[in-house]
Design a protein around this ligand. Structure first.
Ligand code: ZN
Length: 480
């Protein structure tokens, strides 16, 4: 008599029991009496000749019976016999310890009839644990399709709220979700598509303090971030934990994708050892993005994640895929592991997570500063309105782009795009009272610096830009 532990894939043949006692003086006798109780199980673990199939290992307590006396190994009542099916496929990212229900077999039938997927592959997907960092542009298609594809456990890290301007591309959120947590909205959509999926919400900003703890429970991490500090944080945490990092990034009409830190391949730092200086690469909020683009790139990331889980195909490792939507072209660059890489190279200088805001030269996230006091060299929109109403002699300079000026503008403002300020300073009087504005106040702050550097004495930045103007002065001015 011995207790036999039944692994998840085989429980469908034992009436869902995870452990069964069966009589016998040897391992062979125990398995014979076990499979006499459950004839369907016999077909699974024995060949027609009565030998244990190759993909099943039999353990007596801690020992593989192949290294004991095989079927003839003697058993005692206190012994535990384990059936351990081996898992084919090269990913190692997931183990197929999940079986499909009848409903799932029907749901995934178009997967099951692909030889490269099949039942075994779909079970790997069900057993897989994937983390999405971000529920925004890239996270939207990723969340929808990974849920539909039957990834068993999908973690989502996001602390943001759905904004009206997100709806043009973040298709996981609806118009009625504006103002709600992205995490809540995304989880609802994913569960609605596939209730078999476990969605694990992480309602936090990913930080050096929590990243390792969150990432460690997942097989694959998908980088859907929109900022450099988090991108380097995700990369470093993946390298330190040995997790593949499925990377994607988007800007206007162009996207990139790759798979980093997988089976000795290069990491994001091998590609980009250092971030660009703050402000050099505009964010999507500043520079814009074609609404469809994150769909294209996000689904490339989803495809790579599924391939890694299934262990099929050729992963996007050591290759940087570039997508140009305007030219409708894909290009591929070779990526090599950099021996000098500070985190995955031969002489590693980074052995734990660092301060990524400092590394990327951006100020740490502060609380929303809507009503914060004006800083040196700033002027409030209300005061600018008063100056206009009083007919004061001052110059209002708009440093946005012409296509933004056409969306909305403040009457009387002179348009000088930020990139032209330095060469057009001669158009302005260095002694004049000058107020500079842009969309939100970031570009105009830079323009103020340029003007002060050129000897202008009375330059102030309109805090909050034309967005604040719309909020506090003239609500008929559209926000964009
Ligand atoms: Zn590296």
């Amino acid at each position: 008599m011995a207790k036999v532990l039944i692994p998840t894939p085989l429980r469908q043949f034992t009436g869902r029991q995870d452990a069964v006692t069966a009589p016998g003086a040897t391992v062979g006798e125990v398995l014979a009496s076990l499979t006499a109780q459950f004839p369907e199980l016999r077909k699974q673990i024995f060949t027609d000749e009565g030998k244990v199939r190759n993909f099943v290992n039999v353990y007596l307590n801690d020992e593989d019976v192949r290294y004991l006396s095989r079927d003839a190994t003697a058993t005692a009542d206190a012994d535990t016999i384990s059936l351990v099916p081996s898992i084919a496929g090269g990913s190692g990212a997931a183990t197929a310890d999940a079986t499909l229900t009848k409903d799932e077999i029907l749901r995934y039938s178009r997967h099951l009839i692909i030889p490269e997927v099949g039942i075994e592959g779909q079970e790997k997907l069900k057993a897989a644990k994937v983390l999405l960092v971000g529920a925004g542009g890239l996270g939207a298609p990723l969340g929808l399709y990974l849920a539909a594809a039957g990834i068993g456990r999908i973690g989502v890290v996001d602390f943001d709220v759905v904004d009206f301007t997100n709806l043009q591309r973040q298709v996981i959120h609806s118009t009625s979700d504006v103002g709600r947590k992205k995490l809540v909205s995304a989880s609802e959509k994913m569960r609605a598509i596939n209730p078999n999926v476990t969605v694990v919400p992480h309602d936090v900003a990913l930080t050096s303090e929590n990243a390792l703890d969150i990432l460690k429970d997942y097989d694959i991490v998908i980088d859907g971030t929109d900022n450099f500090p988090t991108r380097y944080l995700v990369n470093d945490a993946c390298v330190l934990l040995g997790k593949p990092n499925v990377y994607g990034s988007i800007f206007r009409f162009e996207g990139q994708a790759s798979v980093f830190a997988y089976q000795g391949g290069p990491c994001y730092r091998c590609l980009y050892p250092e971030p660009p200086p703050p402000g050099l690469v505009p964010s999507c909020a500043e520079g814009g993005v074609l609404g469809i683009l994150p769909g294209t790139i996000g689904l490339i990331q989803a495809t790579e994640a599924v391939k890694l889980i299934l262990g099929i195909g050729e992963p996007l490792v050591g290759r940087l895929l570039l997508y140009d939507a305007l030219g409708m072209r894909f290009r591929e660059l070779k990526l090599r592991k950099n021996p000098e890489c500070p985190i995955c190279g031969d002489h590693r200088t980074i052995t734990k997570l660092i301060d990524y805001n400092q590394f990327c030269g951006v100020p740490a996230q502060t609380q929303p500063a809507q009503e914060s006091k004006l800083s040196e060299g700033e002027i409030d929109v209300i005061e600018v309105k008063r100056k206009i109403d009083r007919g004061e002699n001052f110059v209002l300079v708009d440093v946005r782009e012409p296509h933004e000026y056409r969306i909305c503008n403040i009457p009387g403002a002179i348009l000088i795009p930020l990139g032209e300020v330095a060469k057009r300073v001669a158009e302005l009087d260095p002694e004049a009272d000058i107020v500079v504005h842009c969309k939100s106040g970031v570009r105009s702050a830079k323009a103020c610096g340029v003007l002060r550097g050129a000897g202008f004495k009375h330059v102030r930045n309109m805090k909050g830009g034309i967005l604040a103007w719309s909020d506090k002065v003239d609500s008929s001015v559209p926000k964009y």
